[in-house]
Design a protein around this ligand. Sequence first.
Ligand code: CMC
Length: 432
Amino acid sequence: MTEKNFKKAKLILDNKELDLDILNGSVGPSVLDIRNLYSKLGCFTYDPGYGATGSCESEITYINGEEGVLLHRGYPIEELAKNSNFLEVAFLLLNGELPNSDDKEEFENAITFHTMVHEQLINFYRGFRRDAHPMAIMVGVVGALSSFYPDSTNINDPQQRLISSRRLIAKIPTIAAMAFKYSLGQPFNYPQNKLNYSENFLHMCFSVPAEEYKNNPVISKALDRILILHADHEQNASTSTVRIAGSSGANPFACIASGIASLWGPAHGGANEAVLNMLAEIGSKENIKKFVDKAKDKNDPFRLFGFGHRVYKNYDPRASVMRETCHEVLDLLGVKNEPLLDIAMELEKIALKDDYFVEKKLYPNVDFYSGIILKAMGFPTEMFTVLFAVARTVGWVAQWNEMITDPVQRIGRPRQLYTGKTERSFIKLQDR
Ligand code: CMC
């Protein structure tokens, strides 16, 4: 709950004074309440990229970027990654508390028994080219869910919100696996209720009718951890997109599709794919310096993918867990001498010592190591961001629900600093 600070901030403009309330959260920086700014002083704030703007009140995720801390509902991400599993973290994000054993069973059953998609959805896949990027398929098919499940699109009905939330979390792995199978030209696999969330996803991606599929617990455990690490991350670009889309009253399936579109970009979720492509392009340790120099060159738009973060000015705590998991998985799978991992480790070492990266506080982020693990599991690079979307659906759904039930929520509608032409008269074609 927000608490008003007894102090106020004073803003003076053209001899007019405005006292601004200071609101305190439970932890982290206070915020200035500027809601009266325009009506009292006639000006807006200017903050491209919203680096200093709090867009909502939230109880879900807390990040301290300076210290490299990430908490979900108060629990450190490292502890969740070590002790929990993805569906338990999903329950926590959605409901605020870890489930007791009855809650856990009910929730796991609810998700497990909603993993099938409408059979007619298959027709959508057939409309895509075989070489379509799976994220393009995800945007289209998830958006289309609203037409398949219109019985759960009334956002004002809590029961319908619950059903659509669970439908999204349950069906997203099926939709993602179908996108993968479609690109391979292999038949789609139906989900299996006896498998857990990660096992089921791996089965839908990798089993073929001609052979018996055996789950590899090393891989399914690692995937589960990757899903936990990507589950939510406060008001990032895709989450803010989901909130803004939802603020107009759009249905949850359409809102999550908008989040997937935003996630796709290489500055956001698309970075895991970009990291692996970059490591492949670097090719050998000898070329690292050339790429680091390129990233430092002001006249070159190239950036080291997997480095830097808007909020973390320290090691991304997710990257530390991911780094450890990466080594564990490669060891357990018996992958010796993975050249991309060698390049990644050397690149990390060089960048962490380089003045440019040190001064700008550019540390490896969650995407730096995830691609190497996903590659070792057998996923092609185009699927990396899709896996991010599967995990982040939980965060999007939790944040969307929080937004809908927030009494101060209004339609998202930022203002602007207009620098275009002032009013002028229309010029007829013959006079131009
Ligand atoms: N390589 C080289 N220089 C960089 C990098 C990088 N990866 N990231 C930031 N910089 C520089 C940037 O050029 C700028 O320099 P200057 O102050 O001289 O203009 C300075 O550092 C600050 O960068 P910024 O673009 O103002 O920072 P931002 O907060 O707007 O952007 C970011 C954050 C994540 C988009 C950016 O660091 C980036 O593009 N990183 C590479 C892409 C990436 O790995 N994205 C995944 C983010 S984590 C997962 C997720 O959230 O989806």
